[in-house]
Design a protein around this ligand. Structure first.
Ligand code: FE2
Length: 196
């Protein structure tokens, strides 16, 4: 398939996922202003881990997980963080891409949809950002830490809300995690910043 056909197939799978989980569809409506943007693929080392060990999915999440894996060579994967910030092992087994948003494979100003993958036994340290955020777990599992709230262990179909500028962190233990994440509100184009 071409990159465009692959990305449109992935967008369709994301839309099915968005409508299947009430938490997602109640958080933000599916954007109506989506336009496809030609973005060059950018590979990162974590693709090998995502492809060989993506983590267990549920019956509902498996179509999206498998579509993400099939699309992996066509995606503009990003790190954002530096080795000084998170370490070399983290960067070898972590990557994310923007499916839709101000700077995504599809352009929209209504929300931001990203997909992130972390290998097992990684700690994504405390960080924050202005937009509100809803994580959903596609496969694998992890511990979701939020300042002022109990830590939640979440697997496929689990969701967690982060309020505007509320510090949060993510730890994986014996499994990787693949997440689909929505943002809403002001600051959609701004990157997260590590909490001080
Ligand atoms: Fe976040």
């Amino acid at each position: 398939m071409t990159q465009s056909a692959t990305l449109h197939t992935l967008l369709d799978a994301a839309k099915v996922w968005h409508s299947a989980l009430p938490a997602l569809s109640n958080f933000v409506a599916w954007p109506q202003d989506l336009t496809y943007a030609e973005r060059p693929a950018h590979a990162l080392p974590h693709i090998a881990h995502l492809t060989t060990e993506p983590g267990e999915a549920s019956a509902v999440s498996q179509p999206l997980r498998d579509t993400i894996i099939a699309a992996a060579p066509y995606l503009e994967w990003r790190h954002t963080y530096t080795e000084e910030e998170v370490g070399g092992d983290f960067l070898n087994r972590f990557g994310w891409f923007e499916l839709a948003g101000p700077d995504g494979h599809f352009l929209t100003n209504e929300t931001r949809m990203t997909v992130g993958f972390w290998g097992a036994n990684l700690h994504y340290d405390w960080h924050q950002h202005e937009p509100e955020e809803l994580y959903s777990v596609v496969s694998g599992h992890g511990q979701f830490l939020v300042e002022g709230q109990d830590t939640l262990a979440l697997g496929p179909e689990g969701t967690r809300l982060h309020l505007s500028n509320q510090p949060h962190a993510l730890t994986t233990t014996d499994a990787p995690i693949l997440t689909f994440v929505l943002w809403r509100g002001a600051g959609l184009a701004d990157p997260p910043r590590m909490s001080t």
